[in-house]
Design a protein around this ligand. Sequence first.
Ligand SMILES: CC(C)(COP(=O)(O)OP(=O)(O)OC[C@H]1O[C@@H](n2cnc3c(N)ncnc32)[C@H](O)[C@@H]1OP(=O)(O)O)[C@@H](O)C(=O)NCCC(=O)NCCS
Length: 176
Amino acid sequence: MNTPTWSLRRVHALDDALIDGLAAVLIDCVEGDASVSFMHPLPRDRAVAFWRRVAHGVAAGERALLVAEDALGLCGTVQLVLDQPDNQPHRADLAKMLVHRRVRRQGLGTALMRAAEATARECGKTLLVLDAVTNGDAARLYESLGWVRVGVIPGYALMPRGGLCDTTVYYRTLGA
Ligand SMILES: CC(C)(COP(=O)(O)OP(=O)(O)OC[C@H]1O[C@@H](n2cnc3c(N)ncnc32)[C@H](O)[C@@H]1OP(=O)(O)O)[C@@H](O)C(=O)NCCC(=O)NCCS
């Protein structure tokens, strides 16, 4: 097995360099037609504004943010939305799982998911929820990692260049 060329870490505060790198990964994913809340083309200032909002959530402890970096810079990220209603303290949403196209299909997505699950446990979470484009690359990844399919919502969102796509909702129970 090849040694990974990236390193993963949890970030507790975002500086401008990190926000720049995260914006670049988000723009690359939208350019590659990933349905991740934004339309194509995604202007840099809009991507930066998104990550600045995330930075506030991270600083407030409402979100856990993981990043992956390699020799060329930031190459992947995933988040846990920890801040949930009073009656769901054991739950988190997994969000914005993004891997730059230059490092895809090398196991980074899998590594980010495993790290996110470990972080969720450390935060006392026992139930994770996410949604993904039905039958897409991400959905295949989640199913291979044991996430349970709840169901499909037809026509949930637009693809970056237009056209509705279906979304599948998943959950995962974290054992002790
Ligand atoms: C979904 C996504 C995160 C997956 O990231 P990734 O780093 O490519 O994931 P992995 O490398 O762990 O796995 C992807 C595939 O590569 C394969 N793979 C992993 N390591 C490999 C290796 N060393 N050699 C060959 N293939 C490999 C996996 O088996 C998997 O195969 P499959 O697609 O046929 O099932 C990435 O495609 C992405 O960022 N997409 C755009 C954003 C997006 O849609 N995010 C999800 C929002 S819900």
